[in-house]
Design a protein around this ligand. Structure first.
Ligand SMILES: *Cc1c(COP(=O)(O)O)cnc(C)c1O
Length: 414
């Protein structure tokens, strides 16, 4: 007899998606338990566990004070507490040629929630969206769930992972609503120049599409180019900026992010998109009220010293990573990371014995050396690897030495 619950038809759609977390969890289950040293996890990026990346004391005090004030025990409005919206508007306006108002900002449960809201908004309009390859697979997961059509444009490794502008023109049609640009980049560690961001904005203007700027790594830059927010081109084309405190303050568990509408010429007024964002926010949970209450102090009072010390640790770590990777014949790094906490490296499996592809490499690396790195396939690039260097420097060096030993042992004899 047929199970009466099967009429609900979930069975076909319940395969768990290929997410970074799921693949890292699978690799962690395959670690070499007999390895004499602790595992080194360079797959999933979350530096908050390491003492050298501990958040600013200002941020911790802000949360404690907000909690103890007993002023933030109520429900927050679905768009966010006014003082939180105002302080985020002021924080973002520091780098813009115009001022954002509290009404231009919505508070979300981290940047992931901001992504989900925007994907739902675009899906309701029956449009399609341009996503980068390689990219951040959470976008694809949300798009699949909301049945929003995805079109991938390429990032060019030989050009510092710049956006392939030609491919954008070819992909865009009447139904294309937006292009997502992640800068500083995950997974590539790119930081785009003012010139390139302007080119993207001009292209979007010409094609009549919005720019969704994922700036969750905003200001985490340590190369030659400073961080330039896409919002400075808001009068060229409307820019919707997504961000959070998760990465710059190393507190992803606090779940506080935002959506900011950069549209000083009010080009979006007739489109009702902002109204649609508000409806979608009504359907998603508000971030915890006392974290919202702490936000003004976190954004205003965190010291420059905290930010510069984080960036200098990341710079050193990126340097170690780049140099070590280049000592290993079967992997190559086309572009030294300039920001965020990741780098993409190319794997040449033809130089290795009995390694089929990037998945196979990562699985055997975990089993033999107790090191986790992310197969590039998960972020859209087969036979590449994504490595995070946001771990304690000694741990990073140890991990990279173990990758080197693995590659050496497996190297194909000609
Ligand atoms: C980490 C990350 C996010 C999610 O940020 P949260 O604030 O933790 O939700 C969004 N986009 C990119 C590119 C990320 O790497």
């Amino acid at each position: 007899m047929e199970n009466k619950w099967s009429r609900l038809g979930f069975a076909k759609s319940t395969e768990s998606p290929v997410t970074i977390m799921n693949v890292c969890a699978m690799l962690k289950q395959n670690l070499n338990a007999a390895y004499p040293r602790p595992p080194v996890l360079l797959g999933h990026g979350d530096p908050s566990a390491f003492p050298c990346f501990r958040t600013s004391p200002v941020a911790e005090e802000a949360v404690v004070d907000a909690l103890k004030s007993a002023k933030f025990n109520s429900y927050a409005p679905s768009l966010g507490l006014l003082q939180a919206r105002r302080s985020i508007a002021e924080y973002l306006s520091r780098d813009l040629p115009y001022k954002l108002l509290p009404d231009d900002v919505f508070v979300t449960s981290g940047c992931k929630d901001a992504i989900q809201v925007m994907i739902n908004v675009l899906a309701r309009a029956g449009s399609n969206v341009l996503l980068p390859r390689p990219g951040f697979p959470r976008y694809e997961t949300f798009c699949a769930f909301s049945q929003l059509e995805v079109r991938h444009y390429e990032l060019l490794p030989e050009k510092g992972w710049e956006v392939c502008l030609d491919s954008i023109e070819a992909l865009t049609d009447e139904k294309t609503a937006a292009i997502v640009v992640i800068n500083p980049g995950n997974p590539c560690g790119n930081v785009y120049s003012h010139r390139h961001l302007r080119e993207i904005a001009e292209t979007a203007k010409k094609l009549g599409i919005l720019v969704i700027a994922d700036e969750v790594y905003g200001h985490l830059c340590f190369g030659d180019d400073p961080f330039v927010p896409m919002g400075i081109f808001g009068s060229v084309v409307p820019v919707i900026t997504l961000g959070s405190i998760s990465k710059r303050w190393a507190v992803p568990g606090w779940r506080l992010g935002w959506i900011a509408i950069n549209d000083p010429l009010k080009m979006l007024q007739e489109s009702a998109i902002v109204e649609c964002i508000k409806i979608c926010l009504d359907c998603s949970p508000e971030p915890v009220t006392f974290i919202q209450g702490a936000i003004p102090k976190i954004l205003q009072d965190t010291t420059e010293q905290f930010f510069s010390s984080t960036n200098s640790i990341l710079k050193e770590a990126a340097e170690i990573c780049f140099n070590k990777v280049n000592e290993i014949p079967c992997i190559a790094c086309p572009h030294k990371p300039q920001g965020s906490i990741f780098v993409m490296v190319k794997l040449d499996v033809s130089l290795l014995e009995d390694i089929k592809d990037d998945m196979d490499f990562c699985l055997k690396l975990a089993k033999e050396e107790s090191v986790v790195v992310l197969p590039g396939t998960v972020v859209g690039m087969k036979n590449w690897l994504r490595i995070t260097y946001a771990v304690e420097p000694l741990c990073l060096e140890d991990g990279l030495e173990r990758i080197k030993a693995f590659c050496h042992r497996r190297s194909a004899t000609p």
